[in-house]
Design a protein around this ligand. Structure first.
Ligand code: NAD
Ligand code: LMR
Length: 322
């Protein structure tokens, strides 16, 4: 059986980590693409040379031309610029919007049947622009952020409760920015929701509030430590979980930036919500009930994303005509 072709558009820190994980998990053959000459070729060759040691079979190529995307089953987009200390993700909007226009055109021409996962920031606006620029069906274009934010939340909670990360579930919804919404009501240890764990006296509300805050600032915490760029191991692992669910039709329920057409009261926008990912792409938006403070926080987050989408429409009005 032929192996699936996975195209990585952007071969920087996340692109390289994605390429390595795809090999280790034997998810398919990898094409690494970048505008930097030699970088995708060098990384592809380096990772291919690790395959005999780790015992995986995958074919790796590097390219600087969009033709290399031909017939890709999955495209993962990290092309663009990461932030540095002192910047917000939103500061990347105009520079990365231009990149999304180029990448969208390349995908439209060479990989129109692909499942596309966007990672480039500011995520919710960039995945919106990428879908418009590529004109692929909205259920085949999705943004990665919620899996990462939820994984951070899970990790901090497991540490707080001194339990295995495997027994902690969490959902972080909304936009991937300062307004993201970690949902305590839908986050659990062994199925017990966080508010009940507070009532049981296992932790305090003040500690939960601190962990929620740390989760919201999880990206900035790493940017401030690295100084030259942003997180890449956990972001790559998160996108791989999404790609694997699609390729293996696992139908995992994952928080992703998905196109909303009325769900959660939101129209023509990408925002982080729980979705089922299977071989058809986004197969269902799981419309959980949001009430009280959670609803307020979600609406505030949606409004922040709307502001960024409006800015994209102003900078690139022709995106809407595609
Ligand atoms: N969604 C998330 O949760 C999340 C998490 C981490 C990082 N990010 C974002 O992902 C993006 C990539 O991060 P990174 O750490 O891999 O950055 P990086 O700088 O290491 O890699 C980006 C790569 O994109 C390439 N590139 C730039 N313009 C291009 C173009 N027009 N066409 C093709 N390639 C182009 C660069 O040459 C570089 O190799 C950033 O925007 C970052 O903010 C998002
Ligand atoms: O924080 C960033 O700029 C990168 C990414 O969005 C993250 O959350 O790690």
């Amino acid at each position: 059986m032929a192996r699936d072709k996975i195209a990585l558009i952007g071969s920087g820190q996340i692109g390289g980590t994605l390429a390595h994980l795809i090999g280790l998990k034997e998810l398919g053959d990898v094409v690494m693409f970048d505008i930097a000459e030699g970088v995708p070729q060098g990384k592809a060759l380096d990772i291919a040379q690790s395959s005999p040691v780790d015992g995986f079979d995958a074919h790796y190529t590097g390219a600087n031309s969009y033709e290399a995307l031909d017939n890709a089953k999955v495209c993962i987009v990290t092309a663009g610029v990461p932030r540095k200390p002192g910047m917000s993700r939103d500061d990347l909007l105009s520079i990365n919007l231009k990149v999304m226009e180029q990448v969208g055109a390349g995908i439209k021409k060479y990989a129109p049947d692909a499942f596309v996962i966007c990672i480039t920031n500011p995520l919710d606006a960039m995945v919106w622009a990428l879908q418009k620029a590529s004109n692929l069906p909205a259920k085949k274009v999705v943004g990665m952020a919620g899996v990462l934010d939820s994984s951070r939340f899970r990790y901090f909670l497991a540490d707080e409760f001194n339990v295995s990360v495997e027994d902690v579930t969490a959902f972080v919804l909304g936009g991937h920015g300062d307004t993201m919404v970690p949902l305590t009501k839908y986050s659990t240890v062994a199925g017990i929701p966080l508010p009940d764990l507070v009532k049981m006296g296992w932790t305090s509300q003040a500690r939960i509030d601190e962990i929620v805050d740390r989760t919201r600032n999880g990206g900035a915490e790493i940017v401030n430590l690295l100084k030259t760029g942003s997180a890449y191991y956990a972001p790559a692992a998160s996108a791989i979980a999404m790609a694997e669910s699609y390729l293996r039709d696992k139908k995992r329920v994952l928080p992703c930036a998905a196109y909303l057409n009325g769900e959660f009261g939101v129209k023509d926008m990408y925002v982080g919500v729980p979705v089922v990912i299977g071989s058809k792409g986004v197969e269902r938006v799981v419309e959980i009930e949001l009430t009280g403070k959670d609803r307020e926080a979600f609406d505030k987050s949606v409004a922040a994303v709307q502001g960024l989408v409006d800015a994209c429409k102003k900078i690139a009005p022709d995106l809407l005509g595609r």
